[in-house]
Each structure stands twice: as C-alpha cells, then as structure tokens.
Design a protein. Structure first.
Length: 404
C-alpha cells in the first residue's frame, strides 16, 4: 500500500457545480497511475510502498485491544487523551532536554490531520509558503486550497537532495509567511543537518516567519547521527510547529495517531479548529500510543537495523543498475535516484511495471523539478528487493536513455 494521500488525489472531484473550486488545487497524482496499472497484474514486486512493512509491536496491539475491552471507546479531551499528552510531554522533554508542558501538544488523526490543521489554519491569500521540491504530496495542495501561494525551492540529486539553507533564506521575500520542511524526507530519504535546521529556524524567527516541520520519520535515522528536530533548534516555540506521528516509527499507520508540538498559544487556537474537523483522535489508538512511548525503544531499534541493512543493499544495487545515479540516503525508507536528464521517468516507470512487474513511483508524483527521478521504497523484504533488482537491472540494460 502507498499512502492514501499519495494515491487518492484526483482533480475530477472539482468538476461540476457541486464542489468548491478550491478542490482544483488537488492534483492528479503520478502514484495513482502506477497503482491502478499494477492493480490488475499478478506477480508485482512493490518498491512503491509508503508505510512500514513490519507488524505493529505486540505490546502496542495489546494496549489497543485492552483499551477496547475496558470500555475506552468514548471521546477524549479535545487536545488528546490526558495520559498520552503527559507521555508525549515526558518523552519530548527528555529527548530535547527542555521543559515542555501538555499545553504544547495537540493529538490528531495522524500527521496528515496535523499538517491539514497547521497549513489550512494559516494559508491565506497574500501569504507565501516556501516548499522544497521534491516533496510529500500533501503540502502544496493544502496551501493552495486556502488561497496561499507556494514558492518552490528545488533540492538536487548531486547534493544528495540536501537543502541549502542559504537558498531558503534567499527565497524569503515580502510575502513569505512560512517554510515547510520535511526531514527525514519523503521521497528522498535525506536528513537535514543541525546546521541547516538551525540556520533556517533562526533566520525564520528573526524575520517573523513560521517553520512547519514534518518529522514523521524522526526515528528512522539510519546512520550514527542525532536527529536535529526543529524543537531542538530554537529557544522559544513561537515560530515553529513540529508534526509527527506513530505511523512510521512504530508501524502504526492504520491506527492514525499524530500530534503537533508548538507554543501554547498556537496549540490553543488549533485545538478549537481540531474540534471542528475530527473532534478527537481515536481513543483506543491513543492508549496504544501511550504503550508505544512507554514501551522502550527496542522495537524501533530492530526496525531501524533492518531498514539500514536494506538501505545499504539498495544503494549497492542502484550502483550496479545502468542509468540510475544515487546518493547516500540517511533516513526514512526511501531513495530517489535520477535517470539521465530529460528522461520521462513517468513513462519509463509505467513501461517497467508492464514489462518486469516492478513498481516504483515516478518523480513527478513529488513535484515539478524531478521528472527524471524515481522513488524506490525499501519497505519490503530483502528477498523481494533482490528479486526486483534482478528484473530491473537487465531490463534497464536494454533501454536506450542516453549516457549510462
Ligand atoms: C512525509 C510524510 N508526512 C506525513 C505522512 C502521513 O503520516 P500519518 O500516517 O501520520 O498521517 C506521510 C506518510 O506517508 C509522509 O511520508
């Protein structure tokens, strides 16, 4: 399964008199073409998956079932289950070595609702949002739906898709209202350095601009480095919102629990908005979240070790594949290799699916600047990954795409 946000967008929704023209901001995705095409095929090997392939750890499943059985099926407080708010507060206060309070948190229905709240509560005509490209498909449509303007800053394969903080700072203009960052990044797997994060966050605060940081992959760091979360890059929280969830870290995507961390003032405002969107997040799933946070990091370490093993092998296999050029992705479970310039990766990916049964996601699903790239997800077993490349490499050798 790819993420539904990546899959479900279609602009025919906006046709006809029924729907608001704002729905036209929601584009036709490259991902849908791939998923539709693979749906009728047998023997497809998916390097397209946008969620963890591990089972949810048992102690988390048990907590969910226990909550159901003990009657935890009503609404919680609008900000979230008090026990989860406290667990989040304790967890992040320790992680970032700073004293947070429960009022710095809002529990949401996944990071998707958190991002929806943050962007649609702030986007408005005359406000410009800087978004890197390639990017997860959610941000630009939510900004545009509410009349906000998107200014794209591309990242480049030759720099391992690192963001150049100076390019972001140079892109800030009179209308700039916020910067959206996503590290570790979907689709590139790139992790931004502390220097990069601090430079952007500090300049933003100085210029009265917000930073919305999508940090859903914050634990999937595959090299020996710390994760420079946005909360650890600033002394006050007035200009930042950190958004994350249990989906990727604990393989809990279907349980739909996420959160926003920000200043108490921003959280108070967003709580009210949240009451008018989803009211509260799923109650037993919030109890499962408490168990996740209190259950220790062993289950995460095991998953990260396996992602690391797969990442190392995928990078080797990409090196062996003709036409694909890659870099060293340090996080999440994606890599975004480029094909020769001007290759239409969308057509190529479709043909590769039809002729080899290997499904990858073409770069144009993630923005305008990377139509010659493909996203490879290694959220699949090593065996399946090996099989996929055994099909892809000979197939690529037969193609004529310009310099290898
Ligand atoms: C960068 C990014 N942000 C947010 C999400 C959505 O996360 P959640 O399941 O918590 O809504 C995803 C899922 O694919 C993602 O890749």
């Amino acid at each position: 399964m790819v993420n539904p946000v990546e899959m479900e967008q279609q602009n025919d929704l906006a046709e006809g008199p029924l729907f608001s023209p704002s729905l036209q901001a929601i584009p036709v995705p490259g991902i849908r073409r791939m998923i539709n095409a693979s749906a009728g095929m047998s023997d497809v090997l998916h390097l397209s998956i946008g969620q963890p392939d591990f089972p949810t750890p048992t102690h988390i499943v048990d907590a969910y079932v226990d909550a159901l059985r003990s009657g935890q099926t009503g609404y919680t407080l609008d900000a979230g289950l008090p026990e989860l708010l406290t667990a989040l507060k304790d967890y992040y206060s320790e992680r970032y070595d700073r004293q947070l309070t429960e009022d710095n948190f809002l529990v949401t229905t996944g990071a998707t609702e958190a991002m929806y709240l943050a962007l649609t509560a702030t986007a408005a005509p005359g406000r410009q949002f800087i978004v890197t490209d390639p990017a997860f498909a959610l941000y630009a449509p939510l900004i545009r739906m509410n009349g906000g303007e998107v200014k794209i800053v591309p990242t480049r394969a030759e720099n391992g898709h690192q963001v150049d903080p100076q390019e972001i700072i140079d892109a800030i203009g009179m209308r700039t209202f916020a910067i959206v960052l996503n590290s570790p990044n979907n689709p590139t797997g790139t992790v931004y350095s502390r220097e990069t994060m601090e430079a952007i966050v500090q300049e933003a605060a100085y210029r009265n601009i917000y930073v919305f940081a999508d940090e859903v992959y914050d634990h999937l760091i595959l090299d020996d480095m710390e994760f420079p979360g946005v909360i650890s890059c600033t002394t006050d929280l007035d200009h930042v919102m950190s958004i994350s969830s249990f989906s990727k870290t604990y393989s809990m995507a279907g349980l739909r629990i996420g959160w926003i961390i920000s200043s108490q003032g921003a959280i108070k405002k967003l709580r009210r908005y949240h009451m008018f969107t989803t009211t509260v997040a799923n109650t037993p799933a919030q109890w499962a979240g408490v168990a996740a946070l209190q259950g220790g990091n062993e289950c995460i370490d095991d998953m990260v070790a396996e992602y690391r093993r797969r990442r190392d092998r995928v990078v080797e296999l990409i090196d062996e594949a003709p036409y694909l050029s890659s870099y060293w992705p340090q996080g999440a479970f994606y890599v975004f290799p480029s094909l020769p310039p001007h290759t239409d990766a969308s057509k190529l990916a479709l043909r590769m699916l039809e002729e080899t049964g290997v499904c990858v996601i073409p770069g144009d699903a993630f923005g305008e600047s990377c139509s010659n790239a493909i996203r490879i997800s290694y959220s699949n077993s090593m065996d399946k990954i090996e099989q996929a490349f055994e099909r892809m490499i000979p197939w690529l050798k037969e193609q004529k795409l310009g310099p290898r």
